[in-house]
Design a protein around this ligand. Structure first.
Ligand code: ATP
Ligand code: MG
Ligand code: MG
Ligand code: MG
Length: 446
C-alpha cells in the first residue's frame, strides 16, 4: 500500500484506498469491541484516528509508542474528523517506556517541558513553537528579499569585538595559550557578537544588506531575555539621512507579513488565543517615538509608583523599558537619541542637540522591553577619526576609517533579536522556550 502523510489524509483524495501510515500514538482508547488510537506523523499537527478490532491490541501498544498501521482510509461518520483509518494490521515499531515524562491529554507548562530538552519536541506546545519558528525564519528571508536586500553571510569567527556590544567568547584550538604568538590566527579571535561592522563593509557597494544568523555573548545572566547563543536579524541601509528613514524600514520589517505568516493552527497550543487579535491590532497602529531625554523625564515623574530610580546618562534597565511601553499604551515604542557616551564609536554624533546625544534608537515592545537596537552610523571621516582616537582605537579600526575615506555615504541599521521577537508575538515569558537548544551560563547539556 502507498504510504500516506497524515496531513494529506484530510484531503480526501485517497478515501477507499489501502494505505499505510507511520507515526506516534497520541491517544489510545481500548474498548470492548474496538481499539481507538490517534496517530500523528509530524507532517502537521493533525492526528489521524485509527480504528481496529480489539483483538489487534498489543501489550506494547500505548501512548507515545511508534507504529505503522495499514488499512483502508474511510469517510468518518463523525463530523469532527472527515476521515479515519480502518486498521488491518498494526505494528509497534518502538515501544514507549511508562516513565515517558509527558502524559496523555495533559497540558504541561513550558517550564515543565523545558526540563526534557531532548524530548520536548514531542509535545504539541513545543512542536508548535518549532513550526512557528521555522515559518518566521522563512518570513524574515522573504521580507528582506522582497524589499531589495542582499543576504550577506557575516562570519562567525571574527577578530573584531563590535566595541562593547557584549561579552566575548574567545576561541582557539585546544592546547593553545592565548598569549602564544603561535596561536591559530596569530591574533585573538572571538565568536561574533554582531555582524554589523561586516554589513557596513558591504553597504559601501550594496545599498540594502542583511544577515540572519547565530550570535554569541557570554552573558552572565539568568534573565528571561538573554541567551549565550541567540539569532539576530541585522540590516544596514545606505543613503539613510535621518532616524525617520531608518525607523520606517525597521517598523515595516517588524510588522510585515512575518507576523501574519506565523499563525498556523499551531498557535493555539502555545499562547492564549486573544493574544493574536491584540497583536494584529497593535501592529496596525503607528508606533510612538520618544527621545531618551523624554523617556528619562517620564521615568522620573513616575518615580513614586515605580521603584527603579534613574537619571539622564544612565542606560535603561529592563524594568524601565517595560514601564515605558506600558506608559505609551502597551504598544511598541521607539526611543531615540541616547547619550553619546552610552553608545559605541560608530553611532552618529548629534552635534546640534543641546545635550550630547547620538542618533541611536531602541525599539521597545510589550512583555520584553528592548527588542531591537540601531543607529545612524558616523559617516563623517573627521568626527569618526577623532572619536576613534579618543578611544585609542584608530589603529585597530583603520580599515573602518577606509570605509569613510572612499565614497562614504550616510547609512544606518539595526539588529533585532529573533528569539525576543518570538517571545513578543507569542507572549512567551522565558526566552529559553523559543529556541530548540538554549545556551546560558552553566547550561549547555545538549
Ligand atoms: P540588552 O540591553 O537586552 O542586553 P543589548 O542592547 O546588549 O541588549 P544589542 O547589542 O543592541 O543588545 O543587540 C541587538 C539585539 O539583539 C537586542 O535588541 C536584542 O533583541 C538582541 N539580544 C542582545 N543580547 C541578547 C541575548 N543575550 N540574548 C538574546 N537576544 C539578545
Ligand atoms: Mg546586552
Ligand atoms: Mg540594551
Ligand atoms: Mg541594544
Amino acid at each position: 500500500p502507498t504510504k500516506l502523510r497524515v496531513s494529506e489524509a484530510f484531503l480526501d483524495a485517497q478515501v477507499g484506498e489501502k494505505v499505510r501510515i507511520q507515526g506516534w500514538v497520541r491517544s489510545f482508547r481500548p474498548q470492548k469491541q474496538n481499539l481507538f488510537l490517534h496517530v500523528n506523523d509530524g507532517s502537521s499537527l493533525k492526528s489521524l484516528q485509527v480504528i481496529a478490532p480489539a483483538a489487534m491490541n498489543d501489550p506494547l501498544l500505548g501512548f507515545g509508542c511508534a507504529v505503522e498501521v495499514r488499512g483502508i482510509l474511510k469517510k468518518s461518520p463523525h463530523s469532527k474528523q472527515p476521515v479515519e483509518l480502518e486498521a488491518e494490521q498494526i505494528w509497534v515499531i518502538g515501544e514507549c517506556n511508562p516513565d515517558f515524562p509527558f502524559k496523555i491529554k495533559e497540558r504541561h507548562s513550558l517550564e515543565y517541558i523545558r526540563q526534557f530538552l531532548h524530548l520536548r519536541c514531542r509535545t504539541n506546545a513545543f512542536s508548535s513553537l518549532l513550526r512557528i519558528r521555522s515559518e518566521a525564519t522563512a518570513a524574515v528571508h522573504s521580507y528582506f528579499k522582497n524589499n531589495g536586500f542582499l543576504l550577506v553571510h557575516t562570519p562567525t569567527i571574527t577578530s573584531n569585538d563590535c566595541e562593547g556590544a557584549g561579552e566575548l567568547f574567545q576561541v582557539e584550538p585546544p592546547g593553545t595559550t592565548f598569549a602564544n604568538e603561535g596561536s591559530f590566527f596569530s591574533v585573538p579571535v572571538y565568536l561574533t557578537v554582531s555582524g554589523q561592522l561586516h554589513l557596513e563593509v558591504m553597504s559601501g557597494a550594496f545599498p540594502r544588506v542583511y544577515t540572519f544568523g547565530p550570535t554569541f555573548r557570554a552573558e552572565n545572566s539568568q534573565s528571561r531575555r538573554h541567551l549565550a547563543e541567540f539569532f539576530m536579524v541585522e540590516a544596514e541601509i545606505s543613503f539613510t539621512e535621518s532616524i525617520e528613514d531608518l525607523t520606517k524600514v525597521w517598523k515595516s520589517a517588524f510588522t510585515a507579513k512575518i507576523v501574519i505568516n506565523c499563525y498556523p493552527k499551531s498557535y493555539i497550543f502555545l499562547s492564549p488565543l486573544h493574544l493574536k487579535d491584540t497583536l494584529d491590532d497593535m501592529l496596525r497602529k503607528s508606533f510612538p517615538v520618544i527621545t531618551y531625554t523624554e523617556a528619562i523625564d517620564i521615568l522620573k515623574r513616575s518615580s513614586e509608583t515605580f521603584t527603579f530610580p534613574t537619571d539622564w546618562g544612565c542606560d535603561l534597565m529592563t524594568e524601565h523599558e517595560k514601564f515605558l511601553v506600558k506608559h505609551c499604551g502597551n504598544i511598541p515604542v521607539f526611543v531615540t537619541d541616547y547619550p553619546h557616551d552610552l553608545k559605541p564609536f560608530y553611532a552618529r554624533d548629534n552635534q546640534d542637540h543641546p545635550k550630547h546625544t547620538a542618533a541611536a534608537v531602541d525599539l521597545l515592545v510589550p512583555g520584553v522591553g528592548e527588542l531591537s537596537g540601531g543607529s545612524l552610523r558616523e559617516e563623517r571621516l573627521d568626527l569618526l577619526r577623532s572619536r576613534l582616537g579618543e578611544c585609542g582605537l584608530e589603529d585597530t579600526y583603520s580599515w573602518y576609517l577606509d570605509l569613510r575615506r572612499f565614497g562614504s555615504v550616510p547609512h544606518g541599521g539595526f539588529g533585532l533579536g529573533f528569539e525576543r521577537y518570538l517571545q513578543c508575538i507569542l507572549g512567551v515569558d522565558n526566552i529559553k522556550d523559543v529556541i530548540p537548544f538554549p545556551r546560558f551560563s552553566h547550561s549547555c547539556l545538549l
